[in-house]
Design a protein around this ligand. Structure first.
Ligand code: AMP
Ligand code: MG
Length: 344
């Protein structure tokens, strides 16, 4: 299959809409990461997403809408919980996914057989225009091959999926750089399943205290059922071994320099580069979690392009605010391998 490279203009947005309405796959830009979209109401189109990504069929997809009323118009949920209304009013359009009881129109392929469905209203204007041009809600997981870092540019999508999907619409770099925050309102108490650009603190300021699922910060124990099927997969797995280093700046630099070798690299904060004697990749300023979120996946892909790098020592952000999202992705990239220099 020849993958069309579309531009961010009205003509190409209409082409994307037509391909989607006809049951095809188009990767589209959103404010979080690029999504691999298909008509969410067409089970055959949705199945193609799983095939193109190599995604396990038991991992459900997020349904993207371009207007709050799409939820009712397309019968996506059986009930809109009150907290969903409050969250939508405050954070939509934006990088928050809300899980609600599934409506009758949603195929089992989208929800992976669960009785709930994940819904998001992206703020990216091009994403909204494509949804409207398609005339249907779009199921869209990240537009990468399962297991590789989520794509934040059209070039990332092409390097994973060229020849496997109908088109990619190039809308430039994604602003957030990490996938959406996911909260379920289908549990007894609202629970965070995946941290992202909208923080726990921001959500709690609207609906009161929420639970944070254990699997957000810790490795899922063997035999424990995941609240969100995506949690049980390794995800974001770079080719090199990544190890998180919990420490202050000085100890981190000393530690990494003591490991100096041609196959060692550092994923560090701004300002440490010149003090490190191994090749380094700058995640961002220590206190700027949004900058770190924006850079992380791009850097993991750059590191993957250098097969000589076998081990990466990464600074470890604190799990608060948007730092929780960066920590959650990094600790998965590291397969939960952490060295705590403060305890040594
Ligand atoms: P992706 O779109 O690839 O970023 O992944 C979507 C994430 O949302 C995955 O971790 C899914 O497991 C999760 N998810 C989607 N729908 C549901 C649902 N109904 N219940 C729980 N988790 C869900
Ligand atoms: Mg994904």
């Amino acid at each position: 299959m020849n993958t069309l490279l579309l531009k961010d203009n009205e003509n190409d947005i209409n082409t994307a809409g037509k391909i989607l309405a006809d049951g095809g796959l188009v990767a589209i830009p959103t404010e979080t990461v690029y999504g691999l979209a298909a008509n969410a109401l067409n089970p055959n189109a949705v199945k193609k997403i799983f095939e193109a990504k190599g995604r396990p069929m038991d991992n459900p997809l997020i349904v993207h809408i371009a207007d709050f009323d799409d939820i009712k118009r397309y019968r996506l949920v059986s009930e809109i919980p009150e907290d969903a209304l409050k969250l939508a009013q405050k954070f939509w359009s934006g990088p928050l996914t809300i899980i609600m009881p599934k409506g009758e129109a949603v195929p089992d392929e989208v929800s992976a057989g669960l009785d709930t469905v994940a819904i998001r209203f992206p703020s990216h204007k091009t994403a909204q225009s494509v949804i409207k041009a398609a005339g249907c809600p779009l199921a869209a997981p990240s537009a990468n091959i399962s297991g590789s870092p989520s794509p934040t540019t059209a070039q990332h999508v092409m390097s994973d999926l060229n020849g496997r999907i109908d088109a990619v619409l190039d809308g430039g770099e994604c602003s957030v750089g990490l996938e959406s925050t996911v909260i379920t309102l289908a549990a007894e108490k609202p629970r965070l399943l995946r941290p992202g650009g909208i923080t726990v603190e921001e959500i709690e300021s609207v609906i009161g205290e929420i639970d944070v699922d254990d699997a957000v910060l810790n490795e899922l124990e063997k035999g424990v059922k995941a609240s969100s099927p995506g949690m049980k997969y390794k995800h974001y797995s770079p080719k090199a071994r990544v190890i998180l280093v919990l420490s202050d700046d000085e100890s981190y630099i000393d530690f990494v320099n003591s490991k100096k070798a041609d196959d060692v690299a550092a994923l560090c904060y701004k300002g440490s580069e010149e003090k490190l004697s191994v090749q380094s990749f700058t995640l961002g300023a220590e206190n700027d979690y949004s900058e770190q979120a924006h850079e992380l996946f791009k850097l993991l892909r750059e590191i993957d392009k250098k097969p000589e790098i076998k081990t990466v020592y990464a600074r470890c952000p604190k799990p608060d605010g948007v730092g929780m999202a960066v920590y959650n992705r990094l600790i998965r990239a590291a397969g939960f391998e952490v060295i705590n220099l403060e305890e040594l």
